[in-house]
Ligand binder design. Structure first.
Ligand code: ATP
Ligand code: MG
Length: 263
């Protein structure tokens, strides 16, 4: 039967990709329960969330959506390989927003929007450190401190854990929100107590360094700097003049206050 609903399609970005439909975004592989746990923390911190839920065929109304999505792509993954029997999937709300590095900056972003964005980003950085999500922010300067597990992603020539992954943060320029996607927590093989001690120390002693690494990373600097070829000191100066430095700091402090006694 022919319907007029737009078809689900694989996203071009992401290693395994996501099936994007009109209302939902569906993941068949590379997710786990920790995305739902991250969502819970983000929600409590008033960050925008995808309402990710892992569903099975028993969740009839949403499973119909998974079947429609698979049908639309003829049961082929994004590389054309046959998808076999699926017993669960991750269903998220489809959200509007543009991947950080793909944002077109034809006109400068309003100051208020930048403030909201960097406030969100500040909260996100702290939570990513807390849950040990090494797949979003440019924190490779701290890689050696943030412990290593044989179960960590080995990465490839483009990316290894704690390198920036700008595909995992969407920017909604109209609402000025930074939306976390593809969140995860990686603790397998990690001594949680030792890790928490490191993060607590990092956040109390090197918060300014963390902020520097984010603000001077070209994908972030370009949001507020006329040119990213400026010296790092000038980029930071610019961030301070625009009040962005203070907003990033405030977001981080808010999240630190939130997780405070758990660290
Ligand atoms: N809920 C959503 N709403 C809109 N777009 C989304 C949503 N989830 C993902 N996307 C888009 O799909 C892309 C790929 O998503 P995601 O990062 O979850 O896939 P992946 O293949 O697991 O990636 P990775 O290579 O990081 O493991 C994102 O960068 C984003 O552009
Ligand atoms: Mg991703």
């Amino acid at each position: 039967m022919k319907t007029n609903f737009p078809k689900y399609q694989w996203t071009a970005s992401g290693d395994d990709g996501v099936l994007l439909g009109e209302k939902y975004a569906i993941k068949i592989t590379s997710y786990d329960q920790t995305i739902v746990e991250c969502d819970t923390i983000f929600k409590e911190l008033q960050l925008p969330i995808l309402e990710a839920r892992i569903i099975t065929p028993e969740d009839k109304s949403l499973w119909i959506e998974v079947e429609k999505a698979l049908n639309d792509v003829e049961y082929k993954d994004k590389y054309g390989k046959e998808i076999n029997h699926i017993t669960q999937a991750l269903v998220m709300n489809r959200i509007s927003g543009v991947e950080l590095h793909k944002l077109s900056l034809d006109k400068p972003i309003e100051k208020e929007t930048l403030h909201q964005l960097f406030h969100d980003i500040g909260k996100l950085v702290v939570i990513d450190l807390y849950v040990r999500n090494y797949d979003r922010f440019p924190l490779s300067a701290f890689r050696d401190e943030l412990l290593h597990s044989e179960f960590d992603d080995v990465g490839d020539e483009r990316w290894i854990p704690w390198d920036e992954n700008p595909e995992n943060i969407l920017i909604d320029i109209t609402s000025g929100r930074a939306i976390p996607i593809d969140s995860a927590s990686y603790f397998k093989g990690i001594d949680t107590t030792a890790y928490r001690t490191i993060v607590r120390r990092l956040l109390s002693q090197q918060i300014q360094e963390i902020m520097w690494h984010i603000l001077t990373s070209p994908n972030y600097a370009r949001l507020f700097c006329p040119s990213i070829d400026m010296a790092n000191e000038s980029i930071i100066q610019h961030a301070k003049q625009l009040g962005i430095f203070a907003k990033l700091h405030a977001g981080m402090e808010e999240a630190i206050g939130f997780i405070g006694n758990k660290l």
